[in-house]
Design a protein around this ligand. Structure first.
Ligand SMILES: Nc1ncnc2c1ncn2[C@@H]1O[C@H](COP(=O)(O)OP(=O)(O)OP(=O)(O)O)[C@@H](O)[C@H]1O
Ligand SMILES: Cc1ncc(COP(=O)(O)O)c(N)n1
Length: 261
C-alpha cells in the first residue's frame, strides 16, 4: 500500500484540516499519516481558537514518521507561523521527501486568519521550492502575486506569474467564482483548464484540504500530475454531490461519497 503524510492543522469538527485529509486519503486508496502543526477549536460556523504545536514536538512527529514509514507523497496544509514553516522545510530536506503538494492555507472560508501575515515570505522562500505543486485559491493567489483576479484571463496571468516565479506547477482553484467550478492547472509552461461542474451545495468546508490530499494520494499511487489533479477534482465533485448537510454553518463534505447513507 502506498503511504501519504499530511502536515497540517487539526479541525476538531472534522470537516477540514487533518481530519478531512485522512478521510480523503483512505477513500483514495492510500495509507494515511499525520503530523499536526496546530490544534484548532472550530466548527462549521467559525474558528474559535488556535493552539500551535511547539516546533520541537513537530520535529519529533516528523522524525517518527520519516524514520519508520516513509511517505510516498506529502500534503502540506495549515502552517501558522514562520518558525513552524522553517522546521517543516528543514525536515523535508533532511529526509529527501518527494511528491510534495502544498496548499497555502491563509484564511479559512469563515474568514479567520490561519497563517501569520508575516509568514507569507517564509512560505514562499523556504517551502515553495520544495513543492511539486501549490494549490492556491483566488484570494491566496492574489496575496501571492499582488494581482487582482476577476476572470479567466487574470487567473491565467496569476498562475503564469506563480509558475515563472517559483518554477513549480500551480493549480489555481476557481471555487470562489460563483458561476462555475473551473480550475487552472499550470504545468510545463502552459495552462490546462479543468472544467468542473458547479454543484448547488452550500456545504463546502474543507474543499481545498480534500482536493490537495486527493492529489497527494494519486501522486503516491503513481499517476501523472495531470491525471492526479483530474481524478482528485472528480472525487471532490462526487463528495459535494453526496449533499451531506451537517452543522449550522458551511458544513463538511461527505468523504464517503454517500456510500454509508
Ligand atoms: N459548489 C462547487 N461545486 C463544484 N466544485 C466546487 C464548488 N465549490 C468549490 N469547488 C471546487 O472545490 C475546489 C476547492 O476550491 P476553492 O476555490 O473553494 O478552494 P479553497 O478556498 O481553498 O477551499 P476551502 O473552502 O477548503 O478553503 C476547486 O476544485 C473548486 O473548483
Ligand atoms: C485546520 C484547518 N486547516 C485548513 C482549513 C481551511 O479550510 P476551509 O477554508 O474550508 O475553512 C481550516 N478551516 N482548518
Amino acid at each position: 500500500m502506498k503511504t501519504v503524510l499530511t502536515i497540517a492543522g487539526s479541525d476538531c469538527s472534522g470537516g477540514a484540516g487533518i481530519q478531512a485529509d485522512i478521510k480523503t486519503m483512505i477513500m483514495n486508496g492510500v495509507y494515511a499519516m499525520s503530523a499536526i502543526t496546530a490544534l484548532t477549536a472550530q466548527n462549521t460556523t467559525g474558528v474559535y481558537g488556535i493552539q500551535e504545536t511547539s516546533p520541537e514536538f513537530l520535529d519529533n512527529q516528523l522524525d517518527c514518521i520519516f524514520t519508520d514509514i516513509f511517505p510516498d507523497a506529502v500534503k502540506i496544509g495549515m502552517l501558522s507561523s514562520a518558525e513552524i514553516m522553517h522546521h517543516v522545510a528543514v525536515k523535508l530536506q533532511q529526509y529527501h521527501a518527494h511528491h510534495i503538494v502544498l496548499d497555502p492555507v491563509m484564511i479559512s472560508t469563515s474568514g479567520h486568519r490561519l497563517m501569520d501575515k508575516d509568514a507569507e515570505q517564509t512560505l514562499q522562500k523556504e517551502l515553495f521550492p520544495l513543492a511539486e505543486i501549490i494549490t492556491p485559491n483566488i484570494p491566496e493567489a492574489e496575496a501571492l502575486t499582488g494581482l487582482q483576479i476577476t476572470n479567466a484571463d487574470s487567473m491565467e496571468e496569476a498562475a503564469h506569474k506563480l509558475y515563472e516565479s517559483f518554477h513549480i506547477s500551480v493549480l489555481l482553484k476557481g471555487g470562489h467564482r460563483i458561476n462555475d467550478a473551473n480550475d487552472l492547472l499550470y504545468t510545463n509552461g502552459h495552462g490546462i483548464w479543468l472544467h468542473g461542474e458547479r454543484i448547488n451545495n452550500p456545504n463546502t468546508h474543507g474543499t481545498g484540504c480534500t482536493l490537495s490530499s486527493a492529489i497527494a494520494s494519486n501522486l503516491a499511487r503513481g499517476f501523472s500530475l495531470e491525471d492526479s489533479v483530474r481524478r482528485s477534482k472528480q472525487y471532490l465533485t462526487d463528495a459535494l454531490k453526496a449533499q451531506l448537510d451537517l452543522g449550522h454553518g458551511s458544513g463538511p463534505l461527505d468523504h464517503t461519497l454517500g456510500k454509508t447513507q
